[in-house]
Each structure stands twice: as C-alpha cells, then as structure tokens.
Ligand binder design. Structure first.
Ligand code: COA
Length: 173
C-alpha cells in the first residue's frame, strides 16, 4: 500500500479534528464512561484547539494518506513540560500516533515511525519519548519493536473523572 506522509497545514484542521476524535474514541472507548469520553474529545480535539496547534510552527502534525484518504496521523514537538527530567537531553516528544482502525495491522504505523525517527536523527535529537496507557499492550508492543523501552516514569492521564496511568517510553538515538 502506497502511503504519503506530509505535514498538516491549517486547511487540514477540520480533517485533523475529526480523525483525532475518531481514533481516540476507537482506541479508548469502554475504558471510561461515555460522558467522560465525549467531554474529553470536545475539550482536546475541538476545531479551535487544533487550529491553534497547527499555527504553532513548533508543533508538528503529519498526515498519512493513501488514495486521497487520510488513514493516520502523528504529532510531535520538542516540549519538556510533561516530564522536566527530559531537559537534560535534546528530546522529541511523540505526542500522538494513530492509524484508523480499518487500516491497522498493514504496516502503516511502521512507516510513520520510520519517518519520525529519521526526522529526530536529522535534527540532532538524542531521545524520542512518548506516553502510552499502561493497558495499551498493542501500542507498547509496537513501540518495543522499534526499541523503545519503559523509562520507569509514569504519569496520570485522566479521561474526565476516570483516572488512568500512562508510562513514559523512550528510545535513545
Ligand atoms: C499502535 C498502532 C499505531 C500500531 O499500528 P498498526 O498498524 O497496528 O501496526 P503495524 O501493522 O505496523 O504493526 C507493527 C507492530 O505492532 C505490533 N502489533 C500490531 N498489532 C498487534 C496486536 N494486535 N497485538 C500485539 N502487537 C501488535 C507488532 O509488534 C507489529 O509488528 P509485527 O507485524 O512485525 O508483529 C495502531 O495499532 C493504532 O493506531 N492503535 C490505536 C492508537 C494507539 O494506540 N496509538 C498509540 C497511543 S500511545
């Protein structure tokens, strides 16, 4: 399957808002109440929020497309706010990587990860790090395939009133 990866622009805001909501819902539905889910989706992936992120040139959103259809996306940023211990390195936070459900298991995510790691090396990052829900074993397996390891650092990632714990995984380059 031929995949094109390109950086998203402001004109992609509506598409990104929709795919962010859809993929987050598909991944985490059932892990919290429907009410918590709906308010999380609206608070975090509303059009205005996505537009604000897209106009920040230090915030990198990329879309994966095939046959003119967006089938996945990722977002990364050099940002130390979520785990200040990372400041000792030049560190790239992979904030999101999602492939839509019907396109999972086809190797698309691997192409996205190759792109991210290439970008990180080209731009002299020393480490790539990311948060992953403690029970999201599929994603953890995927990251481990790319030699990410559990850093031992965890953080709270509540969805509304539902507490959840994410691990920080990292990969030194
Ligand atoms: C995690 C995700 C990006 C992986 O994408 P994918 O298209 O499923 O992955 P690929 O087909 O490229 O598979 C890559 C590797 O992931 C792992 N993997 C894939 N499906 C798996 C499954 N059902 N169970 C366990 N590991 C699995 C395997 O290591 C696989 O390598 P292999 O095919 O050599 O065994 C994708 O499943 C996804 O978008 N999930 C929902 C969103 C999500 O969880 N994002 C991460 C949030 S932290």
């Amino acid at each position: 399957m031929q995949i094109t990866i390109r950086r998203a622009t402001l004109t992609d805001a509506a598409t990104l808002s929709a795919i962010s909501k859809q993929t987050f819902y598909d991944t985490f539905t059932g892990t919290c109440t429907e009410e918590d889910m709906q308010s999380f989706l609206e608070d975090n992936f509303n059009l205005k929020q996505v537009q604000a992120e897209l106009i920040n040139e230090n915030d990198f959103y990329y879309l994966a497309e095939t046959g003119g259809r967006v089938v996945g996306y990722f977002r990364f940023m050099e940002d130390y706010t979520n785990l200040p211990v990372m400041k000792q390195w030049k560190a790239l936070e992979l904030k999101r990587i999602y492939v839509i459900k019907e396109f999972q298991g086809k190797g698309i995510a691997g192409e996205l990860m190759d792109y991210i790691l290439h970008y990180a090396k080209e731009n002299n990052f020393e480490v790539v790090w990311l948060g992953v829900w403690e029970h999201n074993l599929r994603a953890q397996k995927f990251y481990e395939k790319y030699s990410f390891v559990n850093s031992g650092h965890a953080h709270n990632f509540p969805i509304g009133n539902t507490p959840q714990t994410d691990w920080w995984f990292w990969k030194f380059l």
